[in-house]
Ligand binder design. Structure first.
Ligand code: AMP
Length: 249
């Protein structure tokens, strides 16, 4: 079985982003960029399927600027076999990414597609669901366990207040939650080897997909700064403040 994994290049989760002075977005100049953490989990899961002998090829795909090649190389260093960059300088929204992925799915015919549950830059949590709608495949979102069994896959999903297990007919779409696995680190020899692995470049136009934005961001604002706390001298004073000032008891 071929597994297709979609990986996004995003601002590193350790970077404290600043809102631009004109509130048009966040300032990413010189910011460290990395693979979206949920995509790292997706790559890890695909590699584990390969190690178990369930998958025979792991193909990684990214939609983004030329620099997204680095993200694909990271995935190749972790153990993926082949990369596809769908190159565009346009800020592609989830729907655009899902349409591109639909074409890649048509070309590659994977048995399983694994995506992150959300990208930590836009927090959309949409792409996997949109891809499922466009391809007509079953979807197992927020996965904390993925068990492939013959022609189907059992996906345990993290839902409000518990876990739900669904059985999907393959080919299917899975989106990863945090507890699915702990991604490995790439070793230096594997980073070197990854440089020789095949990486193909396509464009949205060559796939016949229009990725122009449909949504206009009107304003981006930083959260209000936290006010300084106060120290109280006794429990009685605390209770008094909670009653009289905060009005929470
Ligand atoms: P989102 O719906 O934007 O929160 O993203 C959810 C998941 O969709 C990510 O974890 C990726 O697996 C995939 N995805 C979103 N944008 C891209 C992109 N530009 N390139 C590749 N995969 C993406």
């Amino acid at each position: 079985m071929k597994v297709l994994v979609s990986v996004k290049r995003v601002v590193d989760y350790n970077v404290k982003v600043r809102v631009n002075a004109d509130n048009s977005g966040v300032d990413l100049s010189n910011a460290k960029m990395s693979m979206n953490p949920f995509c790292e989990i997706a790559v890890e899961e695909a590699i584990r399927l390969k190690e178990k002998g369930i998958a025979n090829e792991v193909v990684v795909v990214s939609v983004g600027p030329k620099a997204a090649q680095d993200t694909l190389r990271t995935a190749l260093a972790l153990g993926a076999d082949r990369g596809i960059l769908v190159e565009t300088e346009e800020q592609v929204e989830s729907l655009g990414v899902a349409k591109v992925l639909q074409k890649v799915v048509q070309e590659e015919q994977p048995g399983l597609v694994i995506l992150g549950k959300q990208a930590i830059d836009s927090d959309n949590n949409q792409t996997g669901q949109m891809l499922a709608a466009l391809t007509g495949m079953g979807q197992g979102t927020f996965a904390s366990e993925v068990l492939v069994d013959g022609e189907s896959v059992a996906v345990t999903r993290e839902i409000d207040g518990g876990l739900q297990t669904v059985s999907l007919k393959l080919p299917a779409i899975v989106t990863t939650d945090l507890r699915l696995n702990e991604p490995r680190y790439a070793s230096l020899p594997n980073i070197m080897k990854a440089k020789k692995k095949p990486l193909e470049t396509k464009t949205p136009e060559s796939l016949g997909v229009d990725v122009k934005p449909r949504v206009k961001v009107l304003k981006v604002e930083a959260p209000e700064a936290r006010k300084a706390g106060v120290q109280v001298n006794s429990v009685a004073e605390l209770v008094g403040k909670l009653k009289a000032e905060a009005g929470v008891i």
